[in-house]
Design a protein around this ligand. Sequence first.
Ligand SMILES: Cc1cc2nc3c(=O)[nH]c(=O)nc-3n(C[C@H](O)[C@H](O)[C@H](O)COP(=O)(O)OP(=O)(O)OC[C@H]3O[C@@H](n4cnc5c(N)ncnc54)[C@H](O)[C@@H]3O)c2cc1C
Length: 222
Amino acid sequence: MKLVEPVVYVENYDGKKIMQRIERACRVCYRSEGKITEDSYKTLLTNCINRGHESVLEHEKISVRLVGDIGAYKDLTRHRFASFSVESTRYCNYGKDRFNNEIKILKPCHIDEGTELYEIWKKGIESMEKAYLEMSEKGATPDQLRMLLPHSTAAEFAMTANIREWKHIFSLRCAKMTHPSIRQLLIPLLLKFKEDMPEIFESVEYDTEFPKEKYANIIIMD
Ligand SMILES: Cc1cc2nc3c(=O)[nH]c(=O)nc-3n(C[C@H](O)[C@H](O)[C@H](O)COP(=O)(O)OP(=O)(O)OC[C@H]3O[C@@H](n4cnc5c(N)ncnc54)[C@H](O)[C@@H]3O)c2cc1C
């Protein structure tokens, strides 16, 4: 097995341009396009959000690619207004050479290495992998093999959502009651969105006690 760390690849968006394009669409409501200046989007967006006029945020979208675990993608794909493309355990046979004959496992952020619990978890994963590789060797199909895969299996998935949906997803999935493997991916992404688009995201709350050293790396995609 190969232990991997979580990563969030983010498209190289321009936060100011996103907000200015939302402003352009929104001003159609009031036919106030003539009031557009370099910075007029700031007040307009703040007012819209305060009044709950959030449908204007649907005019723009952002795509990311996440390396998380099966548990994270299972939960995130419940969000009906986001679009997903998920690494398929029905097509990928990790027992083949192109996967180095091993299963990638996301290092759990809430089971500490060096503890008894970690050792028990690791033993469970190793025995699962042994069975997977044995079945693969005997010609099992990915459809059969995936019956063994646990929530810790690393999964890569592309995700696109409009800005309104991102705001909604962050408000649910960066909170304390959400599973740590999702908070680990989405809190650092929310912090980036807050920095680049404060007028839209600054009011979104998150679990500030989640350990920063466990945040997924954020990498900008070309
Ligand atoms: C902490 C936590 C625990 C959870 N536990 C469970 C669990 O035990 N079992 C389980 O099955 N799920 C669970 N969920 C998933 C949860 O019930 C939602 O399915 C998931 O969070 C998607 O949220 P959503 O429906 O708000 O989002 P989206 O699908 O992103 O929708 C966005 C918003 O659009 C509106 N909307 C969308 N579709 C409709 C519709 N058909 N009718 C009316 N309004 C609509 C709603 O206002 C919704 O909030 C949990 C989620 C969280 C955050």
